[in-house]
Write a protein that binds this ligand. Structure first.
Ligand SMILES: [Zn+2]
Ligand SMILES: [Zn+2]
Length: 166
């Protein structure tokens, strides 16, 4: 989605709102493609004292796979991004500046980049996900580990004793 900002550039305090959908289903994160639903983008470009500011917010529901327990889970994701749109570099290099091409900005590209940068490097279904047991492979969020009993000989002896009393 390309936006021509020529008018905005030359009209003090002018503002243009935008809203569009983005398809990021091809994006891979850690071998998975979690962006199966459309990404809804909304924002505005405004002329603030001769400087063009662009603010956008991208939102979707991710279908993520937990790094620890490998379960799929739904995750609401919102990424906010702001930058300055300029014809050439003339500001502080610290500022996030996006250069215009023939007074145009590709908002789809901008939102896509912002969304990728906003993705978490670690994907967890919950901050205290207990993951899978390395020994028996059970999901420790739902089941108790099965391998401890076999490892501890005293417990095994006790279990045998109880069995014999039945
Ligand atoms: Zn998990
Ligand atoms: Zn186990």
């Amino acid at each position: 989605m390309r936006l021509n900002v020529n008018k905005l550039l030359h009209t003090p305090e002018a503002r243009q709102d935008f809203r569009f959908e983005l398809d990021l289903s091809d994006l891979e994160f850690g071998g998975a493609t979690p962006v199966t639903e459309p990404v809804y983008v909304e924002g505005r470009v405004q002329n603030k004292a001769g400087v063009l500011l662009c603010d956008l917010s991208a939102h979707t529901t991710l279908h993520s796979i937990c790094d620890r327990c490998t379960e799929e889970f739904l995750e609401e994701k919102t990424v906010d991004y702001s930058c300055i749109l300029a014809e050439e570099r003339q500001f502080d290099e610290d500022e996030d500046i996006v250069l215009l091409e023939n007074d145009e900005v590709d908002l789809g590209d901008l939102a896509r980049t912002a969304f990728i940068l906003g993705m978490d490097t670690k994907t967890l279904c919950s901050p205290d996900c207990m993951g899978l047991c390395a020994g028996c492979g059970v999901n420790l969020n739902y089941e108790t580990c099965r391998c401890k009993k076999q490892v501890d000989p005293r417990l095994a002896a006790l279990a045998k004793l109880l069995e014999n009393n039945e």
